[in-house]
Each structure stands twice: as C-alpha cells, then as structure tokens.
Design a protein. Structure first.
Length: 343
C-alpha cells in the first residue's frame, strides 16, 4: 500500500483510507470490525470517521460509528499502528449539543466525547466537518452572503484547536467541505498568529465532480494541503449499478431518498460514458473510477467505503491498478464534454 505525507505533519498515511459512515446504519458492529480487520490486512492504516456518523444523521444512532471503532481498537490494540481521523460537526444538527458550533466550548466538548467513544487518548487528525459560516457546501451553487451571519471567527476556532493540540488530545488539524478562501484564510491565521496549520482538506472528488481542480488543487500543491477525497464513487453511482433507473435492494440510493446529488439526467449521461470507457478497456467501472482518483498528484488519501466485504475487496484492488494513457485521455474527453455535472 502506497503511503503519502499528511501535509507538513511528519505523519504518513496509506493512499487508501477506510471510510466508516455506514457503521451503525447499514453495517453492524461485527460488520464494522470485519471491515476494519480486512483493511488493516490490506495495508490501510488510515481510518476516517466523524462525531455525526452514521449517515443519514439522526439522534438515535449518532456516535455509533466512533463507538464501533472504539471497541475494535480496544479489542485489537496496536493503537499506534493506526492513523485515526474524526470530525467535529458543523452548525444545523440540533441533536448534537443543541446545535454544534466551532467555539472553544463546543470543540473541547466534541473532542472529549469522541475520545471517550473511540477509547483512545488522542486523535491523529481532527477535522472541521463543514464551515461555521454561510458558504457553498454539499453541492450548493450561487453563493449569496448572509447579512445576518453569526459565524464563529476562525481565530477562535483555531485557538481552541491549538489548546487541544497542546493538551496532546489531537496531533493535527484538517478542514472538510471547505472553499479556497477558507483554506487560505486558515493558513494565513496559522502563519501570522502561531496557530495550528491545516494539514488536509476533505472534499468530494470523483469523475462526476472534479471541482477541487478549479481552485483547491493549486493550494494543495503550493501549500502542501492535500486532498482527502470523499465520495470517490459518487455514492456508488460510478459503478454503473444505478443506470437506467435500476435500484438494487441494498443500494444507498435505494434506501435513502436524501442522496440525490449524483442522480440528475446529465449525471446519468456522464456515468454511462465513463462506464463505457471501462468496459471498452476490460476494466471494472468502480475500480477505474477509484484508480483515477488515486492517480491525482494533489491527493493525500482516497476514502473508500463499503457495506459488504465483497465491495471492500473490489475497492482495495484499485490500489494496484494503473490506468493507461488511452483510458485517461478518454476520461478527459468526457470531462471536457460534460464538466462537473454534480458539483
């Protein structure tokens, strides 16, 4: 398993990261432990979770994902062989602390609760799940400033994270669902005020959404703040299993109506084109989509998720797949014709 540096932290992480947001909803605790065991056997040492998981978020299951990882860590030991990442929930989830914010009080409470569920003394990478301000997130377009915005100042947030770093509770910090402005502003505050430096940004990136390339890729390159790519299979759409209106019984889009980001007509058109490329070159469409993400120079780690061990095995196989120039040229030809249908 190839390793890549996590920003300037001195930490190296596997190029594939195990995503866990299905643990506690689509996957039981025993399922979760089997996935974690198989990922470790395959060389994955990077695990990503969040305090709001599993997804879809709801009060009765919130925190189960971290708890399942915690019982696995306790049972297996060897905490120092795992790079563990989790996230603080942003605003609007009222069932978490009455509505989480990135204030000093909320972040200290969030970290302490996550540590308890994870049954560990420290978190390797602590991320802000989405901004505590009005901005475009989760596919929202047409940015409109909010004149009544009540955002926690980034200075306060980073100062609180510094306290947690100094206390030894977290080793490094990252952002998620963030914009170029947000990343650069955090880097500026870190440099000028002696606050923790952002090591990574976890944003969506896949064949249907390459918007990271527009502004953030240059920041990743010049500032050494690499991408942790989530949804590399676009909720499984890029496997081709949802084409022509198909809805497999246990598919995420079948089970949860909220996941509509990758289901438009133009998304289906682009997906069909990418699946055709894979089949023309005797490739598995899902593995091709993952291998494309793996090949990006601005990538730190590709977050793969699965609900079955068979799916996990297929995803793991992408690590050894190198796409030929003809495949990459065909992918880029589709991208030029159908650019970012699902930003």
């Amino acid at each position: 398993m190839q390793k890549r540096p996590l920003g300037n932290t001195g930490i190296n992480v596997s190029r594939l990261c195990l995503g866990t947001m299905t643990f506690g909803e689509q996957n039981s605790e025993s399922d979760a432990h089997r996935q974690l065991d198989r990922a470790r056997d395959a060389g994955i040492d990077f695990i990503d979770t969040a305090e709001m998981y599993p997804v879809p978020p709801k009060a009765e299951t919130q925190g189960l994902t971290e708890a399942y990882i915690g019982t696995w860590l306790k049972a297996r030991g060897k905490r120092d062989e795992v790079i563990l990442a989790t996230k603080a929930a942003g605003p609007r989830l009222e069932h978490i602390r009455g509505g989480p914010r990135f204030t000093r009080e909320h972040l200290h409470a969030a970290v302490d609760t996550s540590l308890e569920r994870l049954q560990t003394d420290y978190i390797d990478l602590y991320q802000l799940h989405w901004p505590d301000r009005s901005t475009n997130t989760f596919g929202q377009l047409d940015y409109a400033p909010d004149p009544d915005e009540d955002a926690t100042p980034l200075e306060e947030t980073l100062a609180a994270l510094k306290e947690l770093v100094d206390a030894g509770k977290i080793r490094a910090i990252g952002l998620s669902n963030e914009t170029p402005w947000g990343v650069m502003r955090c880097l500026h505050l870190a440099e000028t005020l002696g606050l923790p430096r952002v090591a990574s940004v976890q944003n969506p990136y896949n064949l249907l959404n390459r918007s990271f390339e527009v502004g953030l890729a240059e920041i990743a390159h010049r500032e050494n703040v690499g991408l942790l790519a989530y949804s590399p299979l676009a909720f499984g759409v890029l496997s081709g299993k949802y084409l022509d209106g198909a809805r497999p019984p246990q598919g995420r889009l079948t089970l949860f109506e909220r996941f509509q980001r990758y289901t438009s007509d133009v998304a289906e058109q682009a997906t069909r084109a990418y699946v055709d490329i894979a089949r023309q070159h005797d490739l598995d469409p899902a593995q091709m989509a993952l291998a494309f993400v793996n090949s990006r120079p601005f990538l730190t780690s590709n977050i793969i998720g699965a609900t079955t061990l068979d799916q996990l095995e297929s995803n793991l196989a992408s690590e050894s797949l190198t796409l030929e120039p003809a495949v990459l040229e065909a992918i880029d030809a589709v991208h030029r014709r159908l650019s970012n249908p699902c930003p």
